[in-house]
Design a protein around this ligand. Structure first.
Ligand code: ATP
Length: 229
């Protein structure tokens, strides 16, 4: 499905992602966990083409993305929910989703997206900035799903979200996976969320995967030790 080989990302002289290898299977939810500054955002941005890569190969369903620009990667099936959600606060909910549709040349918000997020239908004419944090996260996910991705990337989706809503986001991700049959890669620091949402957990340190476990067999203490400051 998503195949990342010898991935290398650097800002100038400083290498941030070092020879990272990862295969994500169809229908799999993979969490990449790590402390602040370990390279999670850089990894996500480089996969969607917002940060240039220095080496390696990225392919999706056998299509080589390595040399594609961001909009081409989105058309090839990469969906992205950025850190901080980055919804457009002065646009309405519907207009926010439409910005995602524009990326793939469509206009009308598909009804199945509103079925998945009924609150967004109710609030479709409200400004995005007036939604709660959890609702904004749903909006950012809906905007990304509007491009009909094969793999959805989410960068720290629980950041700034109330603890009781964090559980809902985990359920939403599993529901999206079950209903849409896509793969998900999510970067995180909140271990409880990862244990709710992911099938496989990878620990990133200084841009390299240093530990990997399936959720079913995960040693939470060990993973927590990587997250401790
Ligand atoms: N545009 C940039 N230019 C130079 N260095 C950068 C740039 N963006 C990030 N870095 C550096 O790259 C490293 C990894 O940062 P990154 O944001 O990917 O980490 P992160 O794991 O996502 O952390 P956070 O949880 O704080 O977002 C850090 O040392 C950071 O200072």
């Amino acid at each position: 499905m998503l195949s990342i080989k010898h991935h290398l990302v650097a800002y100038g002289q400083s290498t941030i992602i070092q020879d990272l290898n990862l295969d994500v299977k169809k229908n799999e939810i993979v969490a990449v966990v790590g402390r602040n500054g370990m390279g999670k955002t850089t990894l996500m941005k480089s996969l969607v083409g917002m940060t240039p890569t220095k080496g390696g190969e990225v392919s999706l369903d056998g299509v080589d993305l390595t040399r594609l620009k961001s909009f081409q990667r989105v058309r090839a099936g990469i969906g992205f929910v950025p850190q901080g959600r980055m919804i457009f606060p002065t646009l309405t909910v519907r207009e926010n989703i439409e910005t995602g549709l524009a990326a793939v040349g469509e206009k009308k918000v598909p009804e199945d997206l509103y079925e998945m997020f009924p609150v967004l239908k109710e609030m479709q004419n409200r400004r995005g900035g007036n939604l709660s944090g959890g609702q904004q996260q749903q909006l950012a996910i809906a905007r990304a799903l509007a491009t009909r991705p094969k793999v959805l990337l989410l960068d720290e989706p629980t950041e700034g979200i109330q603890p009781n809503i964090i559980k809902e986001i985990a359920q939403t991700l599993r529901r999206i996976r079950d209903e849409r049959g896509l793969s998900i890669v999510v970067s995180e620091q909140v271990l409880s969320f990862v244990m709710d949402a992911a099938d496989r957990i990878l620990v990133i340190e200084k841009g390299a995967i240093v530990h990997e476990e399936s959720r079913a067999e995960a040693n939470q203490e060990k993973i927590a030790s990587y997250l401790a400051v």
